[in-house]
Ligand binder design. Structure first.
Ligand code: ZN
Length: 128
């Protein structure tokens, strides 16, 4: 199962929780786990706060500070920073499903993390 995500900026954290929940609803699964997997080398997925949008901005800012776009990288494609950020953030999350709902804290959402946009992306979902 898959969802498509269209990103509109080089770096962007997009809340995909509701779209994942829709797929869980459609599947009828009540208890288990949901694998959220990003099959890209310059994007990732993370779980963090959804209430204050500045948290997203701060995460992007700190990642930019840690991994500057230009830093004498060897990779000729010119997007090494995005590859490094993808590895730092990770390509998957595993979230429990109980009573047909993703088990997330009050302030938690699942964010698709774009690091080399804008692009059309995919997120693979697997319910177990
Ligand atoms: Zn590359």
């Amino acid at each position: 199962m898959m969802i498509n995500v269209k990103t509109t900026a080089r770096t962007q954290l997009i809340d995909i929780t509701a779209r994942i929940q829709e797929k869980i609803d459609a599947s009828g699964i009540k208890d288990g786990v949901c694998l959220v997997y990003v099959p890209h080398t310059t994007a990732g997925v993370t779980i963090n706060e959804n209430a204050d949008p500045n948290v997203r901005v701060d995460i992007e800012t700190v990642l930019d500070r840690m991994v500057p776009w230009e830093a004498g990288y060897r990779h000729l494609e010119g997007n090494s920073a995005a590859h490094v950020k993808s590895t730092l953030v990770g390509a998957s999350e595993l979230v429990a499903i109980e009573g047909g709902r993703l088990v997330l804290g009050t302030w938690q959402s699942i964010f698709f993390c774009e690091f080399d946009g804008a692009r059309s992306r995919k997120v693979v979902l697997k319910f177990m």
